[in-house]
Write a protein that binds this ligand. Structure first.
Ligand code: SF4
Ligand code: SF4
Length: 247
């Protein structure tokens, strides 16, 4: 029949029009902001930092390795690592800022993070009156609990928890195996027979006394003594002098 398609289309429209008044599933609009739709799990806006436990700063998973800062295409992440009282770097961020006015939500920082510390949030109401300072998200604002992560991305968060638990288990097993191997090596070294300490005779141990060199005969060097010279001169003095001849 000519125009039957038009009539069918109008019937569908009429059915939805009437149904939208009494069937919540057919309501075309949500009275935002009083009512909100549940966002799809894959929806993403800006990054946030995940922390475990109760303390938002001490529990941060971030170790300030700066990989996300280096890989962020528009360079909108700024990190300063924490330092201890001796000035040595600590595996915590002292400063972790993200300029939300520059962030493009690409998720590259999430992909490169080796510690599952940074994830994509679903918060999109970040309007501020200040174009610059107002849109810089600091560490305290970025830190959100693992519970929150489970609320917005339950599938992904569960997968991350499972993987982290497995990595922790393997690390503990490896540490236990290393400790057991070390203990076994120490026990083996202790059980090995020690070389017997032999007591050598004193003559063997003590160096033989060097034979005394034969005493050289004392040779009295003939030294002309004044007494001998005088004794030699004495006969000469005792010899009779020839008598003096008178011419
Ligand atoms: S968020 Fe991840 S990649 Fe970025 S500094 Fe922290 S640990 Fe490194
Ligand atoms: S989502 Fe992209 S642009 Fe935003 S901080 Fe991460 S890497 Fe940078």
């Amino acid at each position: 029949m000519l125009g039957s398609g038009i009539i069918k289309g109008l019937a569908v429209t009429a059915k939805n029009f009437v149904g939208s008044f009494h069937d919540p599933e057919r309501l075309p609009t949500v009275e935002y902001p009083e009512k909100r739709l549940t966002l799809p799990e894959a929806y993403r806006s800006f990054p946030f930092l995940v922390f475990d436990g109760e303390n938002a700063i001490d529990g941060l998973r971030c170790v300030a390795c700066k990989m996300c800062e280096n890989e962020c295409p528009p360079q909108c992440i700024y990190i300063i690592p924490e330092r201890d009282e001796k000035g040595r770097p600590v595996k915590k961020p002292k400063v972790f800022d993200i300029d939300l006015s520059v962030c493009m939500g690409c998720q590259i920082c999430v992909e490169v993070c080796p510690f599952d510390s940074i994830k994509m949030d679903q918060v999109f109401e970040v309007a501020a009156t200040n174009r610059f300072e107002g849109l810089i998200a600091h560490r305290e604002m970025l830190a959100k609990s693992n519970t929150y992560y489970h609320q917005i991305r339950p599938t992904e968060a569960a997968e991350v928890d499972t993987r982290l638990a497995e990595e922790k288990r393997l690390a503990e097993e490896k540490a236990k195996a290393a400790a057991a191997a070390k203990a076994a090596a120490a026990a083996k070294a202790a059980a090995a027979p020690k070389p017997v300490a032999t007591t050598a005779p004193a003559s063997a141990t003590a160096p033989a006394a060097a034979p005394a060199s034969p005493a050289k005969p004392a040779v009295a060097a003939p030294s002309p003594s004044p007494s001998s010279s005088s004794s030699a001169a004495a006969p000469m003095a005792a010899a009779p002098k020839p008598p003096a001849t008178t011419p």
